[in-house]
Design a protein around this ligand. Structure first.
Ligand code: ADP
Length: 344
């Protein structure tokens, strides 16, 4: 009977571990049935609701409770109503029976409208951002053609270099868009190997040296050696590049300091700048898709920090932004040195 229900049915241990679930529940969270049991129910709810769920489970030891909660899978967020009931198995084993009902109508219509709005915004921002380097590229190529006709090789070389810069900028933007698509479809896969984080930081600072020079930023490094982390090298590298490039972008003409230190079983990367700073109301919002602070002075997709946060949380870590006393911002990335990646 439980297997033929449309509702999800779950039995929970008091610590929130899923002891049993039916296939309707597994479908709701987009997971194969045999991979769900043994996980915590909190692994499948929206992050902001984890604390509320723990409280709900604690209260449901003795009485029935009901609440709205979003179930989260890699591909989507599902609005549901969950009803929890205490079940007495024998004298000392308490179990909580949970029925999960999909709140199909109004909520999902609102979510669909929001998704359409996001997609439209995304298309308009993406095409606007891509058009800028594309038109510059076309101008450089036109100039290149004329210089070639005049056999002005030194100026032609310079023009081609500029054209290549624009093509690189477009590649970077497109990669960013592809990453967002991969994140949305849960395809950001990690290949975990031990890597030296200090080496990664030094490498990206070298890579960004020219950009730092152009921005007039002196980069001060303070790196503790020998911090090795299990990670997919390319991903923390990308996360660090995003945060450091933002510092160059939003704090031109002032020094930037980058600190890497070990804190117990974690690594902390702190990037401090003395730039335009971020209003308190914007500090959390800027990590969401397309979100930009009210102070943003430069053009951008508002995706870099979103991708960065996804990479960091996939490696089991956290990222936050703070206002620095005396102006500017601090971004802190905390990463566990040995990672148990979040279930995809
Ligand atoms: P963008 O492409 O707009 O720079 P990000 O996702 O990288 O996108 O950043 C989101 C927003 O966060 C930026 O638009 C900017 O408003 C703000 N921001 C990021 N880094 C900094 C910083 N170091 N100083 C001030 N504002 C920042």
């Amino acid at each position: 009977m439980v297997e033929s229900m449309n509702e999800g049915a779950v039995s929970l241990a008091l610590d929130g571990t899923i002891l049993y679930c039916n296939s309707a529940f597994a479908t709701m969270i987009d997971q194969p049935l045999d991979q769900v049991m043994g996980h915590k129910l909190s692994d499948f709810v929206a992050k902001g609701e984890v604390a509320g769920l723990a409280d709900l489970i604690a209260r449901s030891r003795t009485q029935a409770n009901r609440a709205e909660m979003s179930l989260v899978s890699a591909a989507r967020e599902l609005p549901t109503q969950i009803s929890l009931n205490p079940v007495k198995m024998d004298d000392d084993s308490d179990v909580i029976g949970v029925i999960v009902t999909y709140l199909s109508e109004r909520r999902s219509r609102e979510q669909a409208q929001e998704a359409v709005r996001m997609r439209e915004e995304f298309l308009s921002i993406a095409s606007h951002e891509l058009r800028t380097p594309l038109s510059t590229l076309v101008l450089h190529l036109g100039l290149g053609e004329r210089l070639l006709a005049r056999s002005d090789i030194p100026r032609l070389e310079k023009t081609l270099r500029k054209a290549k810069d624009q093509a690189d900028r477009m590649t970077e933007l497109i990669n960013r868009l592809l990453d967002v698509t991969r994140i949305a479809s849960g395809k950001l896969e990690l290949e975990l190997q031990p890597h030296d984080l200090g080496e990664i930081v030094v490498e990206i600072v070298d890579h960004l040296a020219e950009a730092a020079n152009k921005a007039g930023c002196e980069v001060r490094l303070n790196i503790e050696e020998g911090i090795v982390m299990q990670c997919d090298r390319m991903r923390p590298q990308q996360a660090f590049v995003n945060v450091v490039s933002n510092a160059l972008k939003y704090a031109p003409g002032s020094p930037i300091s980058i600190t890497l230190e070990r804190r117990g079983s974690e690594a902390a990367l702190l990037v401090d700048d003395r730039g335009i700073g971020i209003e308190s109301d914007d500090l959390a919002r800027i990590f969401n898709r397309f979100e930009r602070a009210s102070s943003a002075t430069q053009s951008g997709l508002g995706l870099g920090l979103y991708i960065t946060r996804e990479i960091v949380t996939q490696h089991g870590g956290t990222i936050r932004a703070e206002r620095r006393r005396g102006g500017g911002s601090r971004f802190s990335i905390i990463l566990p040195l040995s990672v148990r990646p979040r279930p995809a």
